[in-house]
Design a protein around this ligand. Structure first.
Ligand code: UT7
Length: 324
């Protein structure tokens, strides 16, 4: 059976950075509250770039880094909750832009767990032999579905994209194990961009609800309970000790969530990679953005084992054990 090896990492953030001080001129907030409650200092926001625009930048870097011909790419998956359109899907737009003419392409919606879910899908295609080279992205323009008058949410989110090229490999490494879950019954605790039906056949009296809304406390509690459980279950399944893990790369939602995770798992906080201070919460993009930054800094060493773990809307959560 083939292994799913990651051969290249890349990310792209829109150039415009918005600081906490910038936000304090728009809503009643301040740098101290945002930094101490979340760990965020600034976030990047789109000045017109869409989710596919961000992915195309990432794809170009992946092609350059790996030397792959776009014609050898079999499949593209974009994890996103902020697609350019309902149709065509974001991945098809990226396919066209980079000339991956032999690929098939689709989007996947699992909010902040989206990249973990997409890697799980890519892994199945590789292991079955159905695809050899797959581009997997997380890309979000959350600024488009953020209520910029609501201080409890607008300080949290950022825009950006990250991605990897995975390849069928006969050597060791790659995706070793996964632990993935959903709980639709609690989905109402984090919602965004509801379909608005107002037609000649139905006069909708409700307000449009395009924005991300969440019960922050409930999501905090869910994340700090379920994510450590998922990581523990993953390591147990794989028969790997937590001492053998070089890094945990969590979805970047809140510094305090990661602190709580480290405590519950009884692992040193230094093993949890964090870059939320510069990016904010970029939903499905946060893990691949972090991976590319780690790769650039030389933190991903051949043979090392790392865990990626996501959690969020759906509710969804899941973890994957990777050997670099
Ligand atoms: O990526 C998807 C998953 N999402 C998450 O994981 C998010 C999980 N939740 C969280 O990270 C935290 O719950 C938040 C960062 C969203 C909020 O932190 P909190 O410690 O739970 O604060 P809170 O919502 O309980 O609000 C505390 C106070 C309130 O004031 P009162 O009622 O105590 O007077 C808020 O009105 O802080 C106030 N507040 C703010 N103050 C200044 C809320 N937002 C702000 C703000 N600036 N931006």
């Amino acid at each position: 059976m083939y292994k799913t090896e990651i051969v290249a990492y890349a990310n792209y953030l829109p150039p415009k950075a918005v600081t906490n001080d910038d936000l304090s001129t728009m809503v009643e907030t301040n740098d101290e509250w945002i930094r101490t409650r979340t760990g965020i200092s600034e976030r990047h926001v789109s000045t017109g770039e869409t989710a596919s625009d961000l992915c195309v930048k990432v794809a170009q870097k992946l092609i350059e880094k790996s030397g792959i011909s776009p014609l050898d790419i079999d499949m593209l998956i974009v994890a996103t909750i902020t697609p350019d359109f309902s149709t065509p899907n974001t991945a098809c737009l990226v396919q066209a832009a980079i000339g991956a003419d032999n690929a098939f392409a689709f989007d996947l919606s699992a909010a902040c767990s989206g990249f973990v879910y997409a890697m799980s899908v890519a892994d199945k295609y590789i292991k079955s032999g159905a695809a050899k080279n797959i581009l997997v992205f997380g890309s979000e323009v959350l600024s488009a579905i953020t209520d910029w008058t609501d201080r409890s949410s607008c300080v949290l989110f950022g825009d950006g994209a990250g991605g990897v090229l995975v390849r069928a490999s006969e050597t060791s490494g790659g995706v070793i194990a996964e632990d993935i879950h959903s709980n639709g019954a609690d989905g109402h605790k984090l919602t965004g961009n509801a379909l608005y039906i107002d037609t000649p056949f139905f006069d909708n009296e409700k307000q449009k609800q395009p924005y991300l809304q969440m019960d922050g406390r409930a999501i905090f509690t869910f994340a700090t309970k379920k994510v450590p459980q998922s990581v523990s279950a993953l390591l147990e399944k794989a028969g790997v000790s937590k001492d053998d893990i070089a890094y945990i790369v969590p979805h970047q939602a809140n510094y305090r969530i990661v602190e709580a995770m480290a405590k519950k798992l009884d692992m040193p906080l230094e093993k949890f990679f964090m870059n939320i201070d510069k990016c904010g919460n970029t939903s499905s993009a946060s893990i691949p953005i972090a991976l590319a930054e780690m790769d650039e800094k030389g933190l991903l060493k051949k043979g090392d084992k790392i865990v990626i773990t996501g959690f969020g809307g759906g509710l969804t959560w899941g973890s994957i054990l990777l050997e670099i």
